[in-house]
Design a protein around this ligand. Structure first.
Ligand code: SF4
Length: 341
């Protein structure tokens, strides 16, 4: 499997630690996983992460870790390009910045000046701000947008901490999105109706072309279905759909793989919480940086059209791709459970 599941070989040979979190219990716990790393004390994560002139894609290949404290802006309102799945009070938060995986089209490369990964260790401050919010309102919160929390779970355990928090707050609904495929997660995490595990699926050809370091389509499907079998709420995200000349055959193959896997587990797609469909889209500002950083990545250099500040596929192609997949999915799951942009 082409995934970074051997956590002994993680790339974090250098770990920058803000002086103010050096004694934080979560810092100490994370550092136990890296007995051979070179630890560098810093004043503020921005001194490393926000330096000018960094080569983020190159850094990603030799990723360092930065342990820091988040000071403010713990929660952000969901962006219009993101799917709210019919929920009100849609927010997301970043407890990590950057990802263990390395998808060429990832908006994080357009958003952050660095390829290194930041982990904010003060999760308790997120929780206390959330306590105040939830005292008055419900929230739909995506906690795995600017990173892949489950890919980091053996090192950081944030999905478990978020789940434990959700156990105590019925008016909080969490989405944990991932491309990981670690079966052990289903033994470690509580099964809650208000925590949805959202697996992003892509055809294997697209994974090979654009999603470096991620588990195979087969492994992701197997993991999602193992969770569903144990009654965890599972969402499948066909988002982003990316164009390859063979996209129709590729998605057809992915659907056949899914059909076989569901049948093999004696499950049906109706048992999913829902599914989402969305072709690739990205804000013009992120795209500008992404194109500069990755001049040879076909998923980035495609002649997208700019619609109101968002780059997307030309309308006819976009419609064709999304309609194809929605029609196919509608043969397998109620239309009300299919969300799309
Ligand atoms: S898994 Fe998601 S967050 Fe991670 S690199 Fe790929 S697109 Fe970006």
């Amino acid at each position: 499997m082409n995934s970074r599941q051997d956590y002994e070989n993680l790339p974090f040979t250098h770990i920058y630690v803000e002086k103010r979190v050096q004694t934080h219990p979560r810092t100490r716990e994370i550092l136990t996983h890296f007995p051979n790393a070179q630890i560098v004390a810093i004043d503020h994560y921005k001194d490393v992460f926000n330096r000018r002139g960094q080569d983020a894609p190159l850094q990603h290949r030799f990723q360092s870790l930065i342990l820091a404290r988040k000071e403010d802006h713990f929660f952000y309102e969901g962006a219009p390009v993101c799917q709210d799945f019919g929920n009100t009070n849609f927010y997301y938060c970043s407890t990590m910045m950057n990802c263990l995986f390395d998808c060429s089209y990832c908006y994080l490369k357009g958003m952050y000046p660095s390829g290194h990964m930041v982990i904010f260790v003060n999760l308790e401050d997120y929780f206390s701000e959330l306590d105040a919010f939830l005292a008055h309102k419900s929230m739909y919160l995506c906690v795995s947008y600017d990173a892949d929390l489950l890919a980091m779970e053996p090192l950081v355990g944030y999905a478990k901490l978020w789940s434990d928090y959700a156990t105590l707050h019925e008016n909080l609904k969490l989405e944990i999105r991932t491309k990981s495929a670690r079966l052990a997660m289903w033994e470690e995490l509580p099964c809650l109706s208000n925590v949805i595990y959202a697996f992003t699926l892509s055809p294997q050809k697209m994974i090979d072309a654009c999603e470096r370091g991620t588990p195979s389509a087969k492994a992701r499907i197997a993991c999602a279905l193992a969770g569903l079998e144990k009654k965890f709420p599972v969402r499948l995200c066909f988002d982003p759909m990316l164009y390859l000349p063979t996209w129709r055959e590729d998605y057809g193959e992915l659907l056949s793989e899914l059909d076989a896997a569901f049948a093999g587990h004696d499950l049906t797609m109706q048992q999913l919480t829902d599914v989402s469909v969305g072709t690739f889209r990205i804000s013009q500002d992120y795209m500008k940086k992404l194109r500069r950083a990755l001049p040879t990545a076909s998923a980035v250099q495609f002649p997208y059209v700019n619609v109101g500040g968002v780059y997307q596929y030309p309308p006819r192609l976009l419609k064709e791709m999304e309609e194809y997949l929605i029609e196919e999915l509608a043969k397998r799951i109620d239309k009300e459970k299919i969300y799309h942009e």
